[in-house]
Every structure is written in C-alpha cells, then in structure tokens.
Design a protein around this ligand. Structure first.
Ligand code: CUA
Length: 321
C-alpha cells in the first residue's frame, strides 16, 4: 500500500495515506482533549462538581459541518481513485469496440488467471503460454487480465500493483495489472476459499519488455525431451506411471492433466506449491515425498514414493527449464 509501482496502485495509496493522516489528526485531537479534561477536572479533596454545560450552538454546528466536509472531500477523492485504479472495464470495452470496427482481430485479454484450490493457473492467450503461481509482466505496459475460478470463489490481490478483484466461477471479472518498476511483487488470495487459503500465494514478476519477450519465447516452446539415460530418464518414466499425468501437463509428452499446475517449465519458476516454498531440488523432493506436511489438505496426494523414486522424479523435473 505504501510502495505502489503502478498508476493504479498509486491512486489507491494516495487516498489510503490521506485518510490515515486525517484519522491520525482526529485521533490526536480526541485523545488530547480526553486527557486534558481528565486531568483538569480530576477529583480533588473538597472540590465541588464543575458547572454542567447544556448546549453550545456554534460548537455543535462546527462538529457536524466539519466531519461532513471531510467525508465529502474523501468521497470525491475516493470516486476519482476508483476510476483511476480500475481501467480494466473500459480497456475491455475498448477492445471489443476495436474488434467490432475491424481494427483488432480478437478481444482476448493479455493474461487469464484462473483460481484453483489452492494455486493459480496463469495463461497468456496471445502466445499460448501456460504457467502457474507467477504472473510475468513487461514493465510500463497496461495488461488486461481476465479472472476466473475453476471451483470456489478466490480473489487476486497484489497490493503494490493496485486493487483486488474476486474470481468467480462462470463470471469472469477484469482487472488491469501494470508495473512500472522491475521487481517481484507478492500477492495472495484474499477471499477465504478453504483449508489452504492462507497458502495460496502468487507473485507478479515485472521485467523489461525485452526480457518479457524472451521469457515468453522460452515458455512457449515444448518442454525439453526426457534424457535418454540416467536418473532423469527413469524419472520421466515414473512420471507417466505414477498417475502424475492424470493431473499435470508437460507439453510434448503424454501428460495433459489439467487439475494441477502445468509443469512444462517447472524448473524456471521461483516457488513450489503456490508460493509456499522456494523452488529448490531439496524442497521439490520434500514436496513429492509428502505434500501433506508442507500443505495439509492439498489435492496433491502422498504417492508413497520411495526415496529413490523421489530422486529420479526430481532429476527429471529439474530438466524442465
Ligand atoms: Cu483462494 Cu483464498
């Protein structure tokens, strides 16, 4: 909230800070008066009760009109910030109008984010890239994002980039994501969605437009083919046999499950289990060994893998750059 990196986030931050300052002044005024009166009129031996005061017209007008004015100013600024922080609906209708007038081939959004219990599917319809739990953004570009849900209601919120927005099955919502400064911006699900709601983290990764393009190119190509020999080759076989493929997709292989995250370029991602642990070979092994310890209630089952099987699977998955 205090460190926005987009015009949308700045609009919200400005109203938030102003409201906080006004509230701080009012708090100091009220608390100061209470302390002053409590000290000045405290009970002393032999003191008589002070004279009661019934009605003070000017004071009463002041404390009615003053707050009303403050609220009116905040209302105007809030309505203005609401417009500035949420250009998505006008972006979406502008695209629809462009398509209608033939200036644009399609009105698809730049990014589609789909909430799942308890992870995020992230799709780039223009390039066909599918990833999970991180949203790459080119700096300085306003990205139109469509939000959906595969199950219950979720809510996407990346505070430094702007407003939050509900993700509702069958009712797509639109949001604008923009980051003007390179960096990694943490976000989280902000709508209670079940036992692992608190472990449904996401991050926006803003890189310069050239770096974004090379990222998209790299994600677009099919997953590297399984190596011919060694642990990784055994791991690739295990992946196909151990029912991993019923839930996960790896492009260029028989794995095309959609219930869990696409793993085609898993090794290029920063985190595992929706932002809960850093993506390291050790953490990946712990996750495969027993996901329920890291994320109790997760739909990733404990497959009762032996340590050897875990090592082979990790060796294979680490090749998926
Ligand atoms: Cu998803 Cu809370």
């Amino acid at each position: 909230m205090f460190n926005p990196v987009s015009p949308q986030g700045l609009a919200i931050s400005n109203v938030f800070i102003l409201t906080l300052l006004i509230a701080a002044v009012i708090f100091a005024l009220v608390a100061g008066l209470v302390i002053y009166i409590a000290v000045k009129y405290r009970g002393r031996p032999g003191a008589v009760d002070p004279e009661p005061n019934f009605g003070h017209t000017r004071l009463e007008i002041a404390w009615t009109v003053g707050p009303a004015l403050i609220l009116a100013v905040l209302l105007v600024l809030t309505i203005k910030a609401m417009g500035e922080s949420d250009p998505a609906s006008s972006d979406a209708s502008a695209r629809a109008a462009n398509v209608a007038s033939g200036q644009q081939a399609s009105d698809q959004p730049d990014i589609v984010v789909i909430g799942h219990q308890w992870w995020w599917e992230v799709r780039y319809p223009g390039s066909g890239v599918v990833t999970a739990n991180e949203i790459y953004l080119p700096t300085g570009k306003r990205m139109l994002v469509r939000l959906e849900s595969a199950d219950v209601n979720h809510d996407l919120w990346i505070p430094q980039l702007g407003r939050k927005m509900d993700m509702i099955a069958g009712q797509p919502n639109y949001i604008t994501l923009e980051a003007d400064v390179q960096g990694v911006y943490p976000g989280a699900c902000s709508e209670y969605c079940g036992v692992e709601h608190g472990k449904m983290l996401i991050r926006a990764i803003a890189v310069n437009p050239q770096a974004f393009q090379s990222w998209e190119q790299q994600q677009k190509v099919a997953a590297p083919a399984p190596p011919a020999g060694g642990n990784a080759a055994v791991g690739a076989q295990l992946f196909a046999q151990k029912t991993c493929i019923s839930c996960h997709a790896i492009s260029g292989t028989a794995a095309n499950g959609r219930a869990g995250p696409d793993l085609s370029h898993l090794a290029s991602r920063q985190t595992l289990a929706s932002g809960v642990i850093p993506n390291t070979p050790k953490n990946l092994a712990d996750w495969l060994k027993n996901p329920q310890i890291i994320k109790p209630g997760s739909y990733m089952p404990n497959l009762q893998l032996t340590d050897g099987e875990v090592q082979d699977l990790v060796a294979y998955l680490e090749t998926l750059k």
